[in-house]
Design a protein around this ligand. Structure first.
Ligand code: HEC
Ligand code: HEC
Length: 464
């Protein structure tokens, strides 16, 4: 709570946090005066233009100097309407064990606060990200829970075998470890399953951005012949025919069961899937401090004597980073990622993506390449461009790229090192990098240090 409030306060102070997210628990301490660190400044909004100077380390979280060790267990919210995304209580299912009965659902729907619009805050790490979609589709505990059930329910597919989780499984960090998504009757599409977490930071969805919102995206797979192979009419009929679902829809939405409300519920659940603090997040404030006070830190005894308060800060930052240790390789990789390797030209912001479309040349040597964003905009320059994916938890979500063609992070780094694959619409930002083998390894180590916990989610307890 403590860390979170401070982070949020800071994020809001620099104007990157939308108002609905602000959430100031009454027990929050006053923010300590910002004596440090000076270097990382205003994070770049996801839709901002990339920084003009390629070598300038760009968006970095505004670290709060007193960040305590993370991740701390999340305290239960003080009021029904306050919630921290990532809190496992939001995704624990309707209380109880064994098969989910209609009585349990009814009791849940009548319990206090479950229909109140949540005042949402973000966990540390991604805490300075800009959230999307909450105004159009406000979050309530009941809606999150309904979306959770639908997400894991194979009855949304034509033959009761495929759910959203089939291709975006919690065990696979909400992606899937196959090259392409595998849908109904074992059919394969031509694209790799992207992650279904940190979606709250994204507007348009899919590799090519063809769905304008998470709500619009969520209903797509149901009617996709090679994913869930159903029709929206049939899915709505199935859901409406299950009394436990019907009760929930009727309580949560004025217009009951329909395909739009199915999309709203699923999107609401997905917005709770947020990565928690990674070793990188714990290290970043320490790094900034060490940079700012490099001279003072050379003689720790003198520093302690002359600047006791700053010294205390240093000790607590160091303890936080030690609790989520980061390797020397990863630290070097961090400098490369934000510097010489130019990764933050596109993988920028709290979720390490500019939410824009770029051509790296992946798959462009095929006879009929997947043209990606071009299929949506029909603009020549969009040929072969795909949406920048997040780098958070990237070590857990191989294979990589829109076509799942690269198996390891080292393979990905080597792709960038050689300047991608030449083609007429290759991004101007993709250039040969001249990284040594050690530097390639360091970048991989950095990306591994972007791994943070995801909330625990109940996968069963669906209406009978
Ligand atoms: C058969 C496997 C499969 C199933 C089932 C499936 N997906 Fe996907 N999902 C994919 C693939 C592949 C893509 C990328 C497709 C594209 O970009 O054209 C994708 C894209 C997405 C995205 C976009 C992520 C981004 O970064 O833009 C989200 C969110 C998502 N799926 C959620 C869901 C939900 C919710 C369901 C259930 C209603 C679902 N998926 C069912 C395979 C699947
Ligand atoms: C010009 C913008 C741009 C730059 C610069 C860039 N990336 Fe990417 N990155 C992308 C896009 C776009 C994709 C998806 C491309 C595709 O699938 O065709 C991607 C994909 C990836 C993936 C695979 C993600 C996944 O989920 O499959 C990783 C890992 C990655 N980039 C890391 C890096 C690293 C490391 C650097 C710096 C060496 C870097 N990127 C530089 C835009 C960029």
């Amino acid at each position: 709570m403590f860390r979170l409030c401070l982070l949020l306060t800071l994020a809001l102070a620099v104007g990157c946090g939308p108002k609905p997210v602000a959430q100031t628990p009454t027990d929050s301490p006053q923010p300590t005066e910002p004596t440090t660190p000076a270097e990382p400044t205003t994070p770049q909004a996801p839709d901002a233009e990339p920084a003009p100077e390629p070598n300038e380390p760009t968006p970095q979280p505004t670290p709060e100097p007193t960040t305590p060790p993370a991740p701390a267990p999340i305290e239960p919210a003080k009021t029904a309407a306050a919630a921290t995304l990532g809190d496992p209580a939001l995704t624990a299912g309707i209380p109880g064990t064994g098969p989910l009965t209609e009585e349990a659902i009814e009791k849940w729907l009548n319990s206090e606060g479950v229909h109140e619009t949540l005042d949402v805050s973000l966990p540390a790490g991604v805490g300075w990200g800009t959230v999307q979609g909450l105004e159009a589709n406000p979050m309530t505990r009941a809606k999150i829970e309904l979306g959770r059930q639908l997400y894991f329910d194979t009855r949304l597919s034509a033959d009761n075998t495929v759910s959203c989780a089939s291709c975006h499984h919690p065990k696979h960090s909400y992606a899937f470890a196959s090259q392409f998504g595998i849908g109904i009757n074992g059919q394969e599409g031509g694209r790799n399953s992207p992650v279904a977490f940190n979606r709250i930071f994204s507007g348009p969805q899919f590799w090519d951005g063809r769905a304008e919102s998470l709500e619009a995206q969520a209903v797509g797979p149901i009617a996709n012949p090679i994913e869930m192979g159903n029709t929206h009419e049939a899915a709505v009929k199935t859901v409406a025919g299950i009394p436990g679902y019907r009760m929930q829809f009727e309580k949560i939405f004025p217009d009951g069961v329909n395909i739009d409300n199915i999309g709203k519920a699923i999107a609401t659940f997905e917005r709770t899937l947020i990565t928690g603090p990674s070793p990188y997040d714990a290290y970043e404030p320490l790094r900034a401090f060490e940079k700012q006070f490099a001279d003072d830190l050379e003689d720790l005894d003198a520093f302690k004597e002359d600047e006791p308060r700053l010294y205390e800060k240093y000790v607590s930052l160091k303890a936080a980073s030690d609790a989520l240790p980061i390797s020397a390789e990863a630290k070097r990789g961090r400098e490369l990622f934000f510097g010489k390797a130019k990764c933050t030209e596109c993988h920028a912001g709290a979720n390490f993506t500019d939410e824009k479309y770029h051509n790296l040349g992946v798959g462009m040597d095929a006879e009929t390449p997947d043209l990606g964003r071009y299929e949506v905009t029909k603009k020549e320059e969009d040929k072969g461009a795909f949406k920048t994916p997040t780098c958070r938890n990237i070590a857990l979500t191989g294979p990589y790229m829109h076509d799942g063609s690269q198996k390891t992070l080292l393979e990905v780094v080597k792709w960038y090192n050689k300047g991608g694959h030449a083609n007429p619409t290759l991004s101007k930002k993709i250039v040969k990098l001249d990284l040594s083998e050690q530097e390639e390894q360091d970048l991989v180590a950095f990306m591994e240090a972007l791994t943070g916990p995801l909330p625990k989610v109940e996968e069963g307890r669906l209406p009978q």
